[in-house]
Write a protein of this length. Structure first.
Lengths: 267, 329, 303
């Protein structure tokens, strides 16, 4: 499935009068050529989370269009959208006293209940041992993994109507995870991408972006796309200085590229 | 539904049935098999009314708690009961202006339903902050809306020639009336049953709704449509109970909580279980106030539910506030 | 899990046990044969009082829930919120006495009355004339002798006879049912009517039966005489000052000149023949006042 944004603008009301432009004429395409992992990076307030929500059709753009395979995504019902796209929010939240298993099962709302799919997802995200515990008793990191498992279960092809082209949108999925679990989740994303799912991940950790992503979309503070391409090209110190206003240096570590702030001891 | 949930529901069904049977043999000061058909009819009328009201209020509580993502939400606290009462009083007043007589016995059904819907709409609109429903604000707004509705009710009452005494004692005290025609009792019982079945049918949607607006939509839920259905259902259920019994508090709060502890948080079994629990509780409460004879007659059953439900609410509030501080948005 | 299995069994046993107990009240349905002794279910504290004044207390078999003047041994059978039909049926009345207001009879009451051959009697009690007119139907329902009926009617009539010179002694009379805040008994209330019937001049001239005033309104009205209807209050002179509450301070003319009457009859708000006693007390008190000194005319002042 091709997810296409065309000259999308988004604004928030900014009191006392007026609006704040968060995204400005953003155009990009996901999933057309191949699936794979796309990272969205940028400074705080650049509109990364907003971009994700627009892509899923959770909010409407002020101007421009969001299309899923040439259909305006808002013409599709939430149910039909859920059959092709899953979303992981920044903060996992549940208001009822569900167990982990019940939360993961919620992911199958649109595609039909399937215990095996839920089981597989919990296993891959390493939350199987806590599956009967109430969600709210878990740590932030565990809750985040449960949230990811839910999305994975939603897209699991087991026992669901066949759709080509699925999309996984994740908003800062590593924020509460320890390095080991971050690696696990990275692996899960990589496997998903290999099985044909287009993964779009909002990240603030540039190293993770450099290592995980096949493609990086960088938004700048004005909400425009400053760069769009392979990580080696987008995450150049030059470009990073322009967008973030700080010096960076790109190193190569044992595990892959490392992007860190260049800071002398005196500053 | 799990086997455990099914067993609990059967047990609750049995308890409700036993409470119904109990109500049929309770009279002032003791137990007594109904001596004749008239007495049986009277008690059956009260029993069916109580069962319908209890079930409707409990299901209404489940709907509101799911829709507003707040386990402390209930029709009484959020001012729906007060809104429904206001609807009845306004309808009575309008009828009085038109016909010159206070015909307070059978107000039109839409009056309390619209009143309840209006109150809920107000609470919903005022309780949203930056598009999110903040639990604490919601309770406060609900209490305020309830107070305002009560104040308006008092105002309209004073415009009636008898200062609204007839209207007040008939519709605004929480007690189960023996004067509602049987046809209305049966139709409200049918509405309650339909409401419960609908709530149970869309139970899985409420499960998904507990995820938070964005995630719920992302798993495929049409949140706006669900809210509307729940909204209408809660208003209809709450509004119609006013016609049978006036405002009765705390059932919509306490019954879902009790049943959740037995059955879990899944909304399909919860809706059915709460309805059974609500019916049982109100039948038992009505039996209680009937057994106890005071010099002034019988205590209104709403007083008993408040006396018991009030402290329970406080305990739940304290416990929930502790939970709210950790790990939630 | 086990709990849920034996719960149904336990409940069945409990239910069976309950069904077995206390059958003694299960009397067979008695056909209501017309009895000679009237049994009155009086759903109005006021009408019960009038019946008592007629000497027919013995005929009352059921009372209004809020009727604290009828013996508590008589079972309560409901209030404005609704009639307790089961208790009413148990009291086996022959007559149902209701105070007629804007509300019509409940349908179920009509049905039960038809079934059990009850007579429903609606007696209005909004004015003194209503109370007077109600004596006859109540007396008939209770089977009171003509003599007793005439006596009661006579007492009531005589109590409200015009008293000469009352206007000069009492002047403008303000009747209050409460002092904090001042609740005025306006036109349409019994006591207003009573004052006018006795020959005095009640104020204000318009308004509802109960009017909420503030202390300032009372000062502005500047009545010549103040009548306080405070059921159960202590009627002594010292207590009067206490009874005045916030009205004692502003130096009202009626207070300083001692023209304050406290009616402490606990039944002073019942629209019944007992109001005759209130009227007597009022007349005695008002008639005992000195005539109000009139202000000197301009000519006299100039002289």
């Amino acid at each position: 499935m091709t997810l296409r944004l065309d000259q999308v603008c988004f604004t928030y009301p900014a009191p006392p009068r007026g609006v704040r432009r968060v995204l400005d004429r953003v155009s990009l395409e996901v999933g057309a050529d191949s699936s794979g992992i796309t990272a969205v990076v940028g400074p705080n307030g650049a509109g990364k989370s907003t971009l994700l929500r627009l892509m899923l059709g959770l909010i409407r753009p002020a101007s421009g269009s969001v299309r899923w395979d040439d259909t305006d995504c808002h013409r599709l019902s939430p149910l039909r959208r859920a059959q092709r796209g899953a979303y992981i929010a920044q903060q996992p939240y549940i208001s009822a006293g569900f167990s982990v298993r019940e939360v993961v099962a919620l992911g199958r709302f649109a595609v039909g209940h399937n215990d095996d799919a839920a089981f597989r997802a919990m296993d891959r995200l390493d939350v199987l041992d806590r599956r009967d515990d109430p969600f709210w008793t878990l740590s932030a990191g565990q809750q985040q993994r449960v949230s990811i498992a839910r999305a994975i279960a939603q897209l699991d092809p087991l026992g669901r109507p066949a759709t080509d082209g699925r999309v996984l949108l994740a908003d800062e999925p590593f924020s509460a995870l320890d390095p080991s679990h971050a690696a696990t989740v990275g692996r899960v994303f990589r496997e998903s991408a290999r099985s044909g799912i287009s993964v779009v991940v909002v990240l603030h950790d540039l190293t993770a972006a450099a290592r995980l992503a096949d493609r990086v979309v960088m938004l700048d503070a004005a909400g425009t796309v400053a760069a769009d391409g392979p990580p080696s090209e987008v995450l150049s110190p030059d470009r990073l200085r322009r967008v973030f206003g700080v010096d960076f240096e790109s190193l190569t570590g044992a595990g892959g590229p490392v992007v860190v702030r260049a800071e002398s001891a005196q500053t | 539904m799990s086997a455990k949930a099914a067993r609990v529901l059967m047990a609750l069904g049995f308890v409700a049935f036993a409470a119904l049977a109990l109500r049929l043999i309770v009279t002032s000061g003791g137990l007594e098999w109904p001596p004749d058909w008239t007495i049986f009819d009277l008690r059956a009328h009260r029993a069916v009314s109580a069962a319908a009201v209890g079930a409707a209020l409990a299901v209404s509580g489940v709907l509101l708690q799911a829709m507003l993502r707040n386990p402390l939400a209930s029709e009484y606290i959020l001012g729906l009961s007060a809104g429904a009462g206001l609807g009845v009083v306004v309808a009575t007043f309008v009828a009085y202006r038109v016909s010159g007589a206070i015909v307070s016995d059978n107000p039109p059904v839409y009056a309390p339903v619209l009143g309840a819907a209006g109150a809920l709409a107000l609470v919903y609109i005022l309780g949203r902050r930056a598009g999110l429903i903040d639990p604490t604000t919601l309770i406060l707004v609900g209490v305020v809306v309830g107070i305002v509705c009560s104040a308006l009710t008092t105002l309209v009452q004073h415009l009636l020639p008898d200062q609204g005494l007839a209207v007040y004692t008939r519709w605004l005290m929480g007690s189960i009336s023996s004067d509602t025609p049987w046809s209305r009792v049966w139709s409200i019982a049918a509405v309650t049953l339909a409401g419960m079945l609908t709530a149970a049918w869309i139970g899985p949607s409420f499960d998904a709704a507990s995820l938070g607006d964005d995630e719920a939509t992302s798993v495929g839920l049409n949140l706006g449509r669900l809210r509307f259905i729940a909204f209408v259902l809660a208003s209809v259920l709450t509004g119609s109970t006013i016609l049978l019994a006036g405002p009765i508090g705390f059932l919509g709060l306490v019954c879902p909580h009790l049943v959740r502890r037995l059955i879990g948080a899944r909304h399909r079994p919860l809706a059915v279980g709460s309805a059974l629990c609500g019916a049982a509780v109100l039948l038992l409460a009505d039996s209680g106030v009937t057994l106890l004879t005071l010099p002034t007659g019988h205590m209104p059953v709403g007083v008993l539910t408040a006396l018991i439900g009030g402290p329970v609410f406080v305990v739940l509030l304290l416990r929930h506030t502790g939970l709210i501080e950790g790990g939630r948005r | 899990m086990h709990r849920h299995r034996w719960m149904p069994v336990a409940l069945t046993l409990a239910l069976a046990a309950m069904c077995g107990c206390d059958q003694s009240n299960a009397t067979p349905p008695a056909a209501q044969t017309p009895t000679t002794a009237p049994r009155l279910a009086v759903l109005s504290p006021a009408l019960a009082q009038t019946l008592r004044d007629l000497g027919a207390e013995g005929t009352i078999v059921a009372r209004h829930g809020w009727d604290s003047f009828t013996s508590p041994g008589i079972p309560p059978v409901g209030n404005e919120g609704g009639i307790d039909y089961e208790a009413l049926l148990k009291s086996k009345p022959t007559h149902i006495i209701l105070q007629s207001g804007a509300k019509e009879n409940p349908a179920r009451l009509e049905a039960l009355a038809a079934q059990n051959h009850w007579h429903i009697l609606r007696v209005p009690a909004l004015t003194l004339d209503d109370i007077s007119a109600g004596i006859a139907p109540l007396a008939q329902a209770a089977g009171v002798t003509d003599q007793a009926r005439e006596a009661a009617a006579g007492v009531f009539r005589d109590a409200f006879e015009l008293v000469g010179g009352l206007k000069a002694r009492a002047g403008r009379v303000l009747v209050l049912a409460g002092v904090d805040p001042p609740t005025v008994m306006g036109p349409g209330s019994f006591h207003y009517e009573m004052v006018e019937r006795l020959g005095a001049d009640a104020v204000p001239n318009d308004g509802a039966a109960f009017i909420q005033w503030s202390v300032e309104d009372v000062i502005r009205c500047d009545p010549d005489t103040l009548v306080l209807m405070l059921p159960g209050a202590d009627g002594t002179v010292q207590a009067v000052a206490a009874a005045l509450g916030p009205l004692a301070r502003p130096g009202l003319r009626c207070v300083t000149s001692g023209r304050v009457v406290v009616i402490s009859d606990p039944k002073c708000h019942l629209p019944a023949t007992s109001l005759a006693r209130v009227a007597e007390r009022l007349r005695e008190s008002l008639a005992a006042f000195e005539p109000i000194p009139t202000a000197p005319t301009l000519d006299e002042a100039a002289r």
